[in-house]
Structure formats: C-alpha cells, structure tokens
Design a protein. Structure first.
Length: 317
C-alpha cells in the first residue's frame, strides 16, 4: 500500500519548506509514500527548494509546466501518481504529527474505501468541517446521508481518495475553473461512491496567509464563481443521470450560488444587477428532490432570486 501526496506549487518559496518538513518528519518509511510536486509556472525559487529536498529524499517527483491553474496541476499529478490513495496538500499548509502513519493504518484495515474524511484545523486552532458530533471513528455513511445530516465541506485537503476510484470514474479537477475547484472535485467523488468513511485522525493544518485567493473579493473572482456554477449546471444535463447523483449535484450548485451571492455582497461595484446581467436565471433553479438539509433555503431561491438575495444580504451584514 502506497500513498501519493500531491502538492501544486505556484510562488510559495516562503512556505513550501514548512509543508515538506511536515511530511518528512512523520517517521514513515519513504517507500510507503511518494510526493508529487507540480510547479505551475512559478517565477520565484519554489522549484529550487523542492530540488534541495530531492537530494535528501528519493521519493519526490517534480514536474514543471506553464501556469494553467491548480486544477491542471493536480490533474497532472494524479496522472503521474502510482499510489493506492491520493492525498492533496496545499503548499502553504502542513499535515499534523503522526497523521500519515495513522492514515496508513486505517487504510490497511479498510483497503477498499473510496473516500476517507479526516480532521482539519485552521491556523487559529478551530476545527474545520467538523464532523465528530455526527459520526464515530471508522464509520461508513451514505454520501447523500452526509449532506442531509448537515455535513458539507469545500476542500479536498484533509481527505484521502482511492486512486482507482478517481481514475475509474474519470473524476478530475475542472480545467479552466479557478474557484471552488476543490468543492466540485469533492462532490463529484461523492456522486460515484455509496459511502463516505470518517476516520478520527487529526490530519490537516491550514495556515492562512495574507493575499490568498480565498481571502480576496473582486469582479474577476465573481466571474470565476459564475463559471463554476455553469460547469455544475452542465453536469446536471448528462443523459440518464442517477437520482442520487442529481441530488448531490443540485446541492453542490446551491452551495456555489450561495457563495457567489455572499461574494457579490462583499465586492465593490456589484450587486443584484451584476448577478442578473452576468448569469442565466435558469441556473438559479435547484431541484430539492431527496435533499433535506437547507431545503427551505433552496426553495426560497427557486421562488424568487431577488427575495433570496436581499434576505441573504440582511442576514450577512
């Protein structure tokens, strides 16, 4: 059993050493995992730092490419990987002590799990995407059930995905999408497996930094968010789409719409008029069949986009 750790790199010379140190301080035999770093057109010394680690560790692969975004970089890494499971780490974050060994032990006891959800923490120590109040350690839960019971997440970091599951179902990070690509990948993975597996492993440490894309709002970001909604909406028009898959994708579309509206409220020189001008109103209908969590909000959106928008604005002042 082998784990492929995937790290997309773009101008992170001040952070990548810390990220790699967190991996190589785990005390795990290096034959049990590989690190695949993809330099997505960095103009700083990020690649040089990775090469220094290569001199000390034989299990690091470094690929260089022109800048096309994190989705393309991760997809390339998945293609080049050889592990049984894929773990995605952002280069400015880290993994917690003993987490890799704990993950390997879990996989060895449950070798056919398509998707493992662990525990993640922010730089303030607060747990992100908390689930321990819902599920027990080593619990399998139906993917649609996780949504209806109120568990959602927007990141692939802090999870492990069966490489076979990802490749067999042709799941990829959406090319050309530069916002919510993690969320789309995570939910698409859910649509192809019956259960999510929850493992009580403190695994991922988010270390926020100023200027990161997730902390800024701009018209460019709004346009990118609209492209994400369009991408998911197109998935819903596939032929013979299964009922559960349709429910999960509709809920995903709702999450992206909600995030877009929040971003519009936070962005100068935008508003409801921007939303109507730059999108198709048909996108703002979400099928609530088989969805219980946040269903009333989804129905309000279906009833009236302006009403939903202004109520959302009042609540999020």
């Amino acid at each position: 059993m082998k784990i492929s750790i995937i790290i997309p790199i773009f101008n992170v010379e001040n952070y990548i050493s810390r990220c790699l140190d967190s991996i190589y301080s785990q005390g795990v035999d290096e034959s049990c995992f590989e690190v695949i770093a993809v330099n997505d057109g960095s103009t700083d010394k990020s690649s040089d730092i990775v090469r220094k680690f290569q001199k000390e560790h034989s299990n690091i692969l470094l690929f260089e490419k022109n800048n096309e975004g994190v989705s393309v970089a991760r997809n390339l890494a998945v293609e080049k990987s050889s592990g049984d499971y894929l773990v995605f780490i952002d280069p400015d974050d880290s993994i917690l002590p003993n987490s890799l060994k704990s993950l390997m032990t879990t996989i060895e006891s449950q070798p056919l799990i398509p998707m493992i959800i662990m525990r993640s923490y922010g730089d303030n120590g607060v747990e992100l995407y908390k689930w321990v109040h819902l599920y027990k350690h080593m619990q399998n839960v139906g993917c649609l059930d996780t949504i209806n019971e109120g568990y959602v997440r927007g990141s692939v970091c802090g999870c492990a995905f069966s490489r076979k599951h990802i490749l067999n179902n042709q799941i990829k990070f959406p090319k050309g999408i530069r916002n919510s690509e993690d969320t789309i990948f995570f939910f698409q993975s859910m649509t192809f497996c019956k259960n999510c597996f929850f493992a009580d492993i403190p695994f991922y440490q988010v270390i926020g930094r100023e200027g990161s894309a997730s902390r800024t709002f701009s018209i460019e970001r709004l346009n990118s968010m609209i492209h994400s909604i369009e991408y998911v909406d197109n998935l819903l028009y596939e032929k013979n789409i299964a009922e559960v898959k349709s429910a999960i994708l509709n809920f995903l579309k709702y999450l992206l719409i909600s995030s877009l509206i929040y971003a519009i409220i936070k962005t100068k020189h935008s508003g409801l008029s921007y939303l109507i001008k730059h999108s198709r109103l048909s996108w703002f209908y979400v099928d609530t069949t088989n969805i219980k969590y946040l269903k009333w909000k989804m129905k309000l959106l279906n009833f009236s986009l302006p009403t939903y928008y202004f109520l959302y604005k009042i609540v999020n002042k």
